[in-house]
Design a protein around this ligand. Sequence first.
Ligand code: ADP
Length: 690
Amino acid sequence: MATRTDHSPATDAGQGRAPYRRFNALLIANRGEIACRIMRTARRMGLRTVVVYSEADRDAAHVREADEAVLIGPPPARDSYLAIDRIIEAARASGAQAVHPGYGFLSESAEFATACIKAGLVFVGPTTDMIAAMGSKARAKALMAEAGVPLVPGYHGEAQDEATLSGAAREIGYPVLIKASAGGGGRGMRIVREAAELAAAVTSAKREALSAFGDDHVLIEKYVENPRHIEVQVIGDTHGNLVSLFERECTLQRRHQKVIEEAPSATLDAAQRAAIGAAARRAAGAVGYVGAGTVEFVSDDRDFYFIEMNTRLQVEHPVTEMVTGVDLVEWQLRVAFGEKLPLAQEAIVLNGHAIEARVYAEDPARGFMPSVGRIARWQPPREEAGRVRVDTGFDAGDQVPPYYDAMLAKLIVWGEDRGAALARLQAALAEFEVGGVTTNLSFLAALMGHPAVVANAIDTGLIERELSALTPPQGALTGLEVGAAIAGILRDEARALDSRERQSPWLTGWLVAGARRRAFGLRDPHGHEQTAVLRHGRDGMQLIQGETRTPLAFRDSDGAELDLFLGGHKFRVAVTRDGRRLAVRTRDGHFQVTWLDPFGGEHDSEAGSGQIVAPLPGTVVAILVEVGDRLDKGAPILTLEAMKMEHTLRAPAVGVVRHLTCAVGDFVQEGGELADFEASEGGAEEGGDG
Ligand code: ADP
């Protein structure tokens, strides 16, 4: 075990009393999958579990699973999951003696850690000093430079004036990356390729940083083109022991947010693995680190450079658990009890390969726009100890609220080697069924089947570059997809008949018409509509699409799955319906289809509309135009912040903004009107105004 000589047992921010001690009731200041995951281990260790929740989460899984749950406020995070006083009060009210912050929210807040300790609670994490030292990317970089950890060239000084920043950027050399010093989750980060773009990017990065972290300091780094992201899990105890648990490759990202994580990195050889592990221990050792943490590096395939240290459990910690057999939450709790780490460095061995895929409620084809609403169907793959693991905080019937992150689940698989893990991941993704909200499941399957991913020839820009290949335009649904959707509709009608629900409105379209032919209008997630005709004859059904006629039959089984026969070919498909929304799964992936009103009332109300509406519930954070402004098609109109991301709404055509019906700071519901936009006819008219 690496033993530190420069470090005495951690104290509570200078108050001379070790803050770590045995406890038997734990409050988890978080929600969703991570709250559930921490509870699993805490319960196994005999702890009483307490969670906090907002009004949006009354029925959420973490509330259902906890021994006790305390309501702490309204849905917005700043009034609930970020409200330090209310969480401390909840700990008091529930008799919890310790607090686990999870990740996100207050997990890296030195103020929160201090408040816990002041209230006599054990904070399951490092000391306040360590959080503060690493919490600012700028301060951390200064520390790392001293400790001899390799850094990306950059500016991380105090001065924030335009002249200093632009001078620094020039010296570093474009392209540069602006980062929020207090940042996390890719927020407040902007790539700037030319000097002319710097000022605008700094302004917008600062605005996002201020709203997300309450601190608008930025730093500038050399932008390493197409790097890999490799990070090392570390954990230290209060007895001077500090170990690393190998690395994770988190290179597959979109908008600087990880999508897929693997352990180990297939890129490193044994010598590189040893070197990056040692650098991470040096980085953590520089602050005498206690608790679980992650040291992050970017790599240009030859060298690696420190970018930051996260002083908490990471989203992707399960891949490390899968390849080391260590339960990191258990180790966190043991360290918080004041115990020694259970294993020495040499006893931590690497076994096989693990991959995690983050399943989000979002639409990759629409710029990863989050999807909110009710999960009508939820059927994750079956878990298999040590092989397939699903960490989630959702179940069928749950709402995906608009206030928080849109991650639905983490799917983690293990294999003897990377190839075996990839194959197992694909099988598990194909099994995963979600209905009611749009998910990235098909995207994940396409990504993990991409030749560059299979060959590990990846970099952080891969997803962006390959986006069109990864989200193929579903201009026309394939015959298999149409057949599956229609079979699903007929199956549901037949089931309704069987159960004698003769009142079901879904039956009338078929029966009243008495039709031998029935048309089905279907719309894919990208808005393309198509009609297929089903002909019902003495010899069975035929699906007519344009010139092709294919015999169609299906055999129902329990649940969502059915056997679909198209011609002589049998397919296994799955269809679930929530009103007119169908979630369909075929061998080609998952997709959502809207069944256009069977009674013929469907109109495309968007066409020709002059209103700019909110595509999802969110807060207006910037208005970028004035009434009367003439805009080119695609010009930005305003920025909406929803589900932790900024979304810029743009002019749908050349035209003029006639009215603004919102103000900065407004919270708008999905479909809420934001502005009136008048397209100019023909697009290019100038109109000769004076
Ligand atoms: P955050 O704390 O917001 O997650 P990080 O500093 O951890 O920000 O960086 C997130 C991601 O951004 C990294 O994984 C990497 O893909 C990319 N990145 C960070 N720094 C650089 C850099 N200097 N050059 C290129 N890419 C970078």
